[in-house]
Design a protein around this ligand. Structure first.
Ligand code: ZN
Length: 266
């Protein structure tokens, strides 16, 4: 009873709060203009509009060293070829994530590194595109995997393998039976992954200087693209394209070479 006098002001405050609550629920503010408009692979957020979505993405239109490219074997630089990357991968545990743009596998322990031009680059993650982003002599492949590495100064080096339909790929077997189905979802892999199987084929590799193939399309990325394809079963390819259907696919179109040279690495 002693509190009765305090009840009316409390009620009024309560009603005001409810009103404020309703108002903000009715007038859901638009995201601020400077907020990143989400990019994609089709329509008005597709690759030809990436530069319009965010000032930080201008290289997507103005860059002179963009990726991917069409690799024309008849036009390779005849001399001055840099060396192939050296691979020092180790068997390691990975988690698998659907980030809304691709399926990405991220090591949860040390998974090794590559050495490129004398510099070690640690493996940070690998992910897939379908169809392939790079083309060789104008020919796309069903898919492409990108192994993304970073050196101590945060420079990036990506190794790409185009992927054609064939026998089931043992390296990616567990991952492709555990593809997280929705954007933002992730799974742990039970078995460690051994990527050395990808790199012991003695494949010949093309090298050139390019960019990230997704916004912000930052340049200064050292690319190595295998001339020989990996293989995955049609079932594995279908499991991926069920999540990222083609069309539109999740691949950026090839970009102008401009002044760049492409080499077959020594
Ligand atoms: Zn990629």
């Amino acid at each position: 009873m002693a509190n009765r006098k305090g009840l009316l002001p409390l009620l009024i405050v309560g009603l005001m709060l409810i009103q404020i609550g309703c108002k903000s629920a009715q007038k859901q503010p638009e995201p601020p203009a400077q907020e990143e408009k989400h990019w994609g692979y089709a329509g008005d957020v597709g690759p030809e509009y990436w530069a319009d979505l965010n000032p930080a993405y201008t290289l997507a239109r103005n860059g002179q060293a963009q990726s991917p490219i069409d690799i024309v074997t008849a036009d390779l630089a005849p001399e001055g070829a840099p060396a192939k990357p050296e691979f020092y991968y180790t068997r390691a545990a990975f988690k698998i994530e659907n980030n809304g743009h691709t399926i990405e596998l991220i090591p949860t322990e040390d998974s090794g590194y590559i050495v490129l031009d004398g510099v070690p680059y640690t493996l940070k993650q690998f992910h897939f595109h379908a169809p392939s982003e790079h083309t060789i002599n104008g020919e796309p492949a069903a898919m492409e995997v990108h192994l993304v590495h970073q050196d101590p100064d945060n420079n990036l080096s990506v190794v790409g393998f185009l992927i054609a339909p064939g026998p089931e790929n043992e390296t990616f077997k567990e991952a492709f039976t555990r593809l997280p189905q929705t954007a933002g979802a992730e799974n742990e892999l039970e078995e460690p992954l051994d990527l050395t199987e990808l790199t012991t084929t003695g494949a010949s590799l093309f090298r050139y200087d390019g960019s990230l193939t997704t916004p912000p399309c930052s340049e200064g990325v050292k690319w190595s693209v295998s001339e020989q394809y990996l293989e995955m079963s049609q079932e594995q390819i279908d499991a991926f394209t069920a999540l990222y259907p083609n069309p539109p696919g999740n691949n950026r179109p090839t970009q102008a070479l401009h002044e760049r040279l492409v080499y077959r690495a020594r």
